[in-house]
Design a binder for this molecule. Structure first.
Ligand code: ATP
Ligand code: MG
Length: 551
């Protein structure tokens, strides 16, 4: 559970709006452009928009901001819906800005009729040049004084497909001297003869962001339209349209976007990573996408907790990736099933162990009183981790060494008596003895050992592949680093252990299971796993470096 925290500034606004009766119910929206997969920054926006509605008994629409036909695709629409639901949220309505194309067209006609919009034949270079600079006012061109009738006709002709791409645009007639460049007669419609993933070829003119987003909010009666800080200069245009069109007065509020260390968070950059093969798809476990994090084993609970912890800021900052890992670890510690897996096996033979072996109970999760137990086969020949043994051990080495004793997790205390080597001098086997009266849960040996090792019965060991991920970038602030962001890709971000040995119970693992491999980290099954060849992803390691530094 999250700690009690004070209201963020948007909550304060909403509470005031509800208290004053300005709104009786709030309606928010999450408005992704379906031009890529969602990333952790979007998760922040989702948690905020859906979280506010949930907290104050309101609703949230999922609106696809699909006004740019060239980059958008239904594959992205599906993945976005999937990610939002996975995060634990349900939208009131699934909507598409493209469904408003006719209405938006009519809004533009209204502006023209009021003398507030005109068709401009200038090239984009000419328009840019005529716009002036922040310190120098723009200059009107001849098209600015076109008559209402001519503009209505030309705009209808634009819609009818009589012009080529770029030949004409529709501009709002606002103020060429405005200190806000976005109010210097912004383009509100452009010609684009392109197939749209939903409207097909019905349209060859498309509204610009500033003429689609705010109006879509108004059409839906969105009360609080929340976006990131870079949209502050767009707010005057947002309000201008509402005022001139006399439509529902939605209001835009801005908060600081989430930036995170060692990662990039722009769909354009993420798409490059995918297309150029730096990662294996949008859901590569190293990606900052929600689908990547899902595949890696991050839980919706931990992502929500992370978004809550970072809060809602008014100023940009850079959040430590370690904080997200901390949240993941905290949640997984509570829910993950403990299992034993040996990554780099060293065989041990318990020379005084008689019989075929036995099944020993082992706790699934010491953090969960209802976690239950599973049986783990114990036999005469076992594997332990090669680096849990040292032939010449320093003082305070509590793992296995010649003459030294350790406990095998959920099993017995063993002592190492003999080190077997091959001709090259490599250690191939350890001969040990066990204390029959030292069984975990029923230990009457009186022997005290300081180390406990994980292990797997050699005869039962299940070969599995393990994939271990590191940060995708070597640079903390990738976006601010000089040069191409791809220069900072971490070449060692994926380490594959082709054959680790797992306890047999793991054969039953499913995609939704979460595991802690004891003394190793948190793991989950990868989607490429098959019953013949199990593949596990490391979700996060056990070591918590973040909280040590920050608590
Ligand atoms: P990108 O630049 O990564 O492509 P975007 O802002 O273009 O992101 P949209 O699909 O337009 O992506 O965004 C949908 C919503 O998510 C918007 O309201 C946007 O403000 C929000 N959002 C996007 N990135 C972040 C972020 N890093 N932190 C918080 N909110 C974000
Ligand atoms: Mg965008």
């Amino acid at each position: 559970m999250s700690e009690e925290r004070s209201l963020n500034f948007i909550e304060e606004i909403i509470e005031a709006d509800l208290a004053s009766g300005k709104h009786t119910q709030i309606l928010t929206r999450f408005p992704p452009e379906p031009n890529g997969y969602l990333h952790i920054g979007h998760a922040k926006s989702i948690c905020l928009n859906f979280g506010l509605a949930k907290k104050y008994g309101g609703e949230t629409n999922l609106r696809f901001d699909d006004t740019n036909p060239v980059t958008e695709d239904t594959e992205y629409v599906e993945s976005i819906k999937d990610d939002v639901q996975w995060l634990g949220f349900q939208w009131a309505k699934e909507l598409y800005a493209s469904d408003y194309f006719e209405q938006l067209y009519q809004f533009a006609v209204q502006l023209i009729a009021k003398g507030l919009a005109y068709v401009d034949d200038s090239t984009s270079e000419e328009i840019a040049a005529q716009k002036g600079t922040p310190t120098v006012s723009g200059v009107p061109n001849v098209y600015r004084s076109r008559s209402v009738e001519e503009n209505l006709q030309l705009f209808a002709d634009m819609r009818a497909g009589k012009f080529a791409d770029g030949q004409k645009v529709l501009r709002a007639k606002i103020d060429l001297a405005s200190p806000n460049m976005l109010l210097r007669d912004p383009i509100i419609y452009r010609i684009k003869h392109a197939h749209h993933h939903r409207t097909g070829d019905a349209w060859c003119i498309y509204p610009m962001y500033d003429f689609a987003h705010g109006q879509s909010d108004s059409i839906e009666n969105i009360t609080h339209s929340i976006c990131t800080l870079e949209f502050i200069p767009h707010r005057p245009m947002y309000d201008w349209c509402i005022e001139q069109l006399g439509i529902y007065p939605s209001h835009q509020y801005e908060f600081a976007r989430l930036n995170m260390t060692y990662t990039v968070m722009s769909k354009r950059k993420l798409l490059q990573l995918v297309n150029e093969g730096h990662v294996n798809g949008w859901d590569d476990p190293r990606m900052s996408t929600i689908s990547g994090m899902r595949r890696r084993g991050f839980t919706p609970e931990s992502l929500r907790e992370f978004c809550d912890k970072i809060g809602v800021a008014k100023r940009e900052n850079l959040i430590d990736f370690g904080l997200l890992e901390f949240c993941v670890r905290e949640h997984l510690n509570k829910v993950a099933q403990r299992r034993m897996v040996v990554f780099d096996p060293l065989k041990i033979v318990i020379t005084n162990y008689e019989g075929d072996g036995e099944d020993l109970p082992s706790e699934n999760n010491p953090e969960d009183p209802n976690g239950g137990e599973r049986m783990v086969p114990f036999t005469k020949e076992l594997y332990i981790e090669r680096d849990d043994f040292m032939e010449v051990a320093p003082k305070k080495y509590f793992r296995l060494a010649p003459g030294q004793s350790v406990r095998l997790k959920s099993a017995y205390i063993i002592q190492c008596n003999e080190v077997i080597k091959d001709e090259a001098g490599n250690i191939t086997q350890l001969n040990c003895t066990y204390l029959p009266n030292s069984k975990s849960g029923n230990d009457t040996s009186g022997v005290v050992v300081k180390g406990t090792l994980h292990w797997v019965s050699a005869a039962h060991a299940l070969p599995v592949e393990v994939r271990i991920y590191d940060r995708l970038f070597t640079e903390e602030n990738v976006a601010a680093a000089e040069g191409d962001f791809k220069d900072y890709i971490n070449k060692d971000s994926l380490k594959i252990i082709p054959q680790a040995f797992a306890e047999p119970f793991l054969a039953q693992a499913t995609l939704s299971d979460r595991f802690q491999f004891i003394r190793k980290g948190y793991y989950c099954i990868d989607k490429e796993s098959t019953p013949e060849k199990l593949v596990f992803n490391q979700t996060v390691n056990l070591k918590d470096t973040w909280s040590k530094v920050n608590k």
